[in-house]
Design a protein around this ligand. Structure first.
Ligand SMILES: Cc1cc2nc3c(=O)[nH]c(=O)nc-3n(C[C@H](O)[C@H](O)[C@H](O)COP(=O)(O)OP(=O)(O)OC[C@H]3O[C@@H](n4cnc5c(N)ncnc54)[C@H](O)[C@@H]3O)c2cc1C
Length: 499
């Protein structure tokens, strides 16, 4: 977007005003970047306050993270008289609830992601930079990135979450995760490559290890992934590999708690488990993983299972950025915030979504790490920033709980919302509709709808591609890399970190 620029002279100091993305700095503190952007150098800088209204800069709100929370805040702020800059290390917004479909060949990666610039271009005062935030200088109101430092008047931290391995680096090195598109593609490539290798493997023990898929964590992600893998194997891969006895392939869903889907009603938990078992998934409850090493999963009760594919869906923690900010952290590395979502003692900094730790009412539990919380907190943060600018009181965050849902497979899902418990076909239709409507972009909705219809009618999946130039050597290199990582972690001793 073209930014209108003008130069004004005030009290002898030249200032440059870029309207639409206002950056007003004394001339000495401006330098022109490669792309013609004005970069704030990390020097102490105070915003002039006694300027006439027509040249007074508009406050700049900086949003870190273009996920569910960050985008929701940006959209709301985009309707007001502020300049908003969104930073994200990726140039796309990912719709993570459907990422398991990418891992199981159901959807193309592009259909669950959308370019952030395309989402934001209709808001004149909102811009986007692709940059990874490395640190924040709260005193100087400066965000340090892998490219340029950026100044702010108000800051929203919405960098989301990452996997929690509870300080066990070996688990991180030896398991697959499902947190972004790269993870999903890597898992899909690995599973399909396992079948390619298994088909020419004569040793039944090695073949069984290649065809055993263990998913750790019986929450919605684990349940959805287990169901989708079972269907991929039963409906699709058995046709692709007629020379292979696909009944040799096993999908195990392992959960440390006594039930799957811990936050759902007991009847839905039972239904989900029965449904998965009918689809051939082996569900192991009260089973915690102690170690994953060299293709062997060891459980805390001492039993073991051989598997080349272990997916970690058992723990989530705030994004790594939370750890480097020098703030006191709560369980899961989440940042404690006031009910207004502001940092204690720093009302200009707000933290939302998976990063934020805010107790739910009088409960000792924080709000769950789900998209609906992040979206609603994004709106609340935007409201509270505008309230501060207008010298009005901020409002505490109130969550409107829209319920929860998980799909298990074809014509099977569970929905727990407003005291109503649905399962089976009706729940599945509700799940399909809500996920379709929540996707960003008309094109993506159409592509997903067509894919789902195709998959449903043909029992087929179109995206069974093993991508990457030398996937055979990739497989080998990954094995070597993993072994090295394990040895390094063992040699250094896994660092003990808080949960
Ligand atoms: C596999 C999976 C399935 C899920 N299914 C559901 C579901 O069905 N329903 C549901 O409600 N929730 C679901 N969730 C949870 C939901 O996706 C999260 O709660 C939600 O995304 C949190 O929103 P957020 O804005 O806090 O973070 P995110 O949406 O994760 O966005 C964070 C953004 O910050 C960026 N970022 C991180 N660190 C930096 C940095 N240092 N510098 C710059 N940018 C950075 C990331 O690139 C990302 O774009 C699922 C999550 C996963 C992983």
């Amino acid at each position: 977007m073209e930014r209108e620029q003008r130069t004004d002279r005030l009290d002898g100091d030249e200032v440059r005003v870029c309207t639409g993305n206002s950056e007003v700095l004394p001339k000495t503190e401006i330098q022109e970047g490669k792309g013609g952007n004005y970069l704030a150098v990390p020097a102490p800088f105070t915003m002039p306050t006694n300027l006439p209204a027509k040249v007074r800069p508009r406050p700049r709100v900086l949003i870190v993270g273009a996920g569910f929370g960050g985008l929701s805040a940006a959209r709301k702020l985009g309707k007001h008289e502020v300049d908003v800059l969104v930073l994200d290390r990726r140039n796309y917004h990912g719709f993570w609830p459907l990422i398991y479909e990418v891992a199981t060949s159901g959807l193309e990666p592009e259909s669950i992601a959308y370019p952030v610039r395309a989402i934001l271009h209709k808001y004149r005062c909102v811009s986007f930079h692709m940059a990874e935030v490395c640190a924040i200088d709260f005193e100087r109101k400066l965000v340090l990135t892998d490219t340029t430092p950026v100044s702010y008047d108000y800051l929203i931290l919405a960098a989301g979450s990452t996997n929690n391995y509870f300080g066990n680096d070996i688990l991180a090195a030896n398991t697959f995760s499902l947190k972004d598109i790269d993870d999903a593609e890597s898992l899909r490539n690995h599973v399909l490559t396992s079948f390619e290798y298994a088909v020419r493997e004569n040793n039944p023990m090695h073949r069984s290890r290649m065809l055993t898929f263990v998913i750790v964590g019986g929450g919605p992600t684990g349940v959805e992934l287990a169901g989708a893998f079972a269907e991929l194997i039963r409906h699709v891969l058995h046709k692709d590999y007629p020379m292979l006895d696909v009944t040799e392939a096993r999908v195990l869903l392992v959960e440390a708690a006594p039930s799957l889907l811990g936050t759902f009603s007991p009847s839905l938990q039972y239904h989900a488990q029965r449904q998965l078992e009918k689809m051939g998934v082996e569900v192991r409850l009260n089973t915690a993983v102690a170690a994953v090493d060299d293709g062997i999963v060891t459980f805390k009760d001492g039993t073991q299972i051989a598997s080349k594919t272990v997916v970690w869906a058992a723990g989530v923690r705030a994004a790594h950025l939370a750890e480097v900010l020098g703030l006191k952290l709560e369980r899961g590395f989440r940042i404690p915030v006031e009910p207004t979502l502001t940092l204690p003692g720093r009302p200009e900094v707000l933290v939302i979504g998976d990063m934020a730790h805010l107790r739910r009412g009088k409960s000792s539990q924080p709000y769950p790490m789900v998209a609906t919380v992040a979206i609603q907190q994004g709106k609340c943060a935007a409201h509270n920033i505008m309230a501060q600018m207008r010298f009005k009181p901020m409002k505490p965050f109130r969550y409107f709980d829209k319920g929860k849902m998980a799909t298990i497979g074809r014509r099977a899902a569970v929905v727990d919302a407003f005291g109503v418990h649905l399962s089976g076909f009706v729940a599945w239709v509700v799940w399909l509709f809500i996920h379709l409507m929540s996707l960003v972009g008309f094109r993506n909705r159409m592509v997903v709808l067509i894919n789902w219809a195709y998959n449903y009618l043909t029992y087929d999946r179109g995206v069974r591609l093993i991508t990457g130039k030398h996937h055979g050597s990739d497989w080998f290199m990954r094995e070597v890399q993993r072994t090295l990582l394990v040895h390094q972690a063992q040699a250094g001793g896994a660092e003990k970190r808080p949960q």
